[in-house]
Design a binder for this molecule. Structure first.
Ligand SMILES: Cc1ncc(COP(=O)(O)O)c(C=O)c1O
Length: 437
């Protein structure tokens, strides 16, 4: 690292700052499925950055599109003005979403997509004369980003405890991680009935007061928890029965991670709204989106005076031209390279390799779906998260970048991984986990 680089001024997000600054681990360059440190050391990217980069790093097609866009139209306001690529990208997104979810609102992140979806749900019920529907249901162990709505929806204690009640009226269903499903491959057989926890909350708080249920079809950041069989179907049924909107937060599971466009298609359950981000631009530009069923959009937009916005919400950078250019180039590559088919084809081998780690004493559980896996390590007594933190540092030093949440390691290889690179990833994990006491 250059001696002139001061680490003092930057406050890093979701990072133990003092620990990081005492032994910083930096990336200076990325190419394909590798990162490089400032000293030139090469690391395999085992988590697609943060689940963002399924096409691999440094894709010239995307970089060129962004460069060209910035020289042509660098910025346009997104309120009462627009640019052609915003419409083009919205249309392209709807070629991937499940039928019916064909209206798209752009944001700059997954967190903004989640809070936008909450506001769409509230506005929708209000225009239909059901303004009493102000409550939301989510789940324990959920992660829905870091804006105040998303924090209230989240079910991760550390993400909530410093911030008070957040948005009121959010209640949480039980999570679906049952001890008897440890080491289950794919969708667990047990636990579909946990969806009835939603019925319990509905009975307690009044179904008629609930605006929407937010669900990650596979809980991602908390450690990859695929839904038990029948679970999502039952939640869908209860939503239909009681006029409640179902939102799938697909910020991680969207764009091929399951081997299908969205997890909605992988699991055959269609929500009313989908939130997405990350792989929408292959991680190259900050961008999120909410795909919405047309009837919900129309209920809000097809009313009121024509001179006034129908939905008082939006971001200075909604549909930023550079992000739209990146999104269009990314989606073109997904089509041209049949990326999601590749992910689907690679998934069984990935699963086999990841489950080969089960014999290691340090490993407490393994879960996997598509090209996403969670490997739990045994927590150090009284110090949750310490083992995961130490291990991700050792992995970095051994040549593998992996995202850890607490004591779960999250593997999410790019769809362009070769089998040999999966082997290498698992070999590094075996070395590091095998030596970890
Ligand atoms: C399911 C889910 N929702 C929302 C978010 C927040 O996205 P962002 O970090 O882009 O705000 C994430 C981020 O990992 C996520 O996994």
């Amino acid at each position: 690292m250059g001696t002139a680089l001061s680490l003092d001024h930057l406050w890093l997000p979701f990072t133990p700052n003092r620990d990081f600054k005492s032994e910083p681990r930096l990336f200076a360059r990325a190419e394909g499925v590798h990162y490089f440190t400032p000293e030139g050391r090469k690391l395999l990217d085992g988590s697609s950055g943060l689940f963002c980069v399924p096409l691999g790093h440094g894709r010239r097609e995307i970089a060129d599109a962004v460069h060209q866009q910035l020289l042509t139209l660098d910025y346009t306001p997104s309120f009462t003005r627009a640019h052609p690529k915003a419409f083009e990208l919205a249309t392209r997104v709807t070629e991937f979403t499940p039928p019916g979810l064909d209206r798209v609102f752009f944001t700059n992140s997954g967190s903004e997509a989640v809070d936008t979806a909450m506001k769409i749900a509230l506005a929708y019920h209000r225009v239909r004369g059901e303004g009493q529907r102000t409550m939301f249901v989510s789940r324990e162990r959920a992660y829905h980003g870091v804006n105040m709505g998303g924090v209230a929806l989240s079910g991760l204690v550390k993400n909530r405890e410093s911030f008070g009640a957040g948005v009121p009226g959010v209640v949480h269903m039980r999570h679906t991680h049952l001890p008897e499903n440890r080491f289950a491959r794919g969708m667990p057989e047990k636990g579909g009935e946990l969806a009835d926890d939603f019925a319990r909350l509905g009975a307690l708080h009044g179904f008629a007061n609930i605006a929407a249920v937010f669900i990650e079809p596979i809980a991602g950041s908390t450690g990859c928890l695929p839904p038990p069989r029948g679970y999502l179907e039952r939640v869908r049924e209860l939503c239909d029965e009681h006029g409640i909107l179902l939102v799938f937060d697909e910020v991680i599971t969207g764009w091929g991670r399951t081997g299908h466009n969205f997890a909605a298609q992988a699991f055959g359950v269609t929500p009313d709204l989908i939130t997405m981000a990350k792989a929408l631009t292959n991680g190259t530009q900050p961008m999120g989106a909410v795909a919405v069923k047309r009837a919900i959009h129309d209920a809000i937009v097809e009313r009121g005076p024509r001179h006034a916005p129908e939905f008082f919400h939006g971001y200075t950078y909604s549909a930023h031209p550079a992000a739209c250019a990146a999104g269009l180039a990314t989606l073109a590559l997904y089509d041209a390279e049949r990326s999601f088919e590749k992910a689907r084809a690679l998934a069984p081998y990935f699963e086999e390799r990841v489950f080969s780690l089960c014999d290691l004493p340090a490993v407490a559980d393994v879960r996997c779906y598509g090209l996403l896996a969670g490997v739990d390590v045994h927590a150090k007594s009284g110090q949750p998260g310490l083992a995961g933190h130490e291990i991700q540092k050792r992995l970095f030093d051994t040549g593998l970048h992996v995202k850890a949440t607490g004591d779960s390691l999250l593997l999410a290889p790019a769809f362009v991984f070769e089998r040999a690179q999966l082997d290498e990833m698992v070999a590094i994990l075996r070395d590091v986990l095998g030596a970890f006491a």
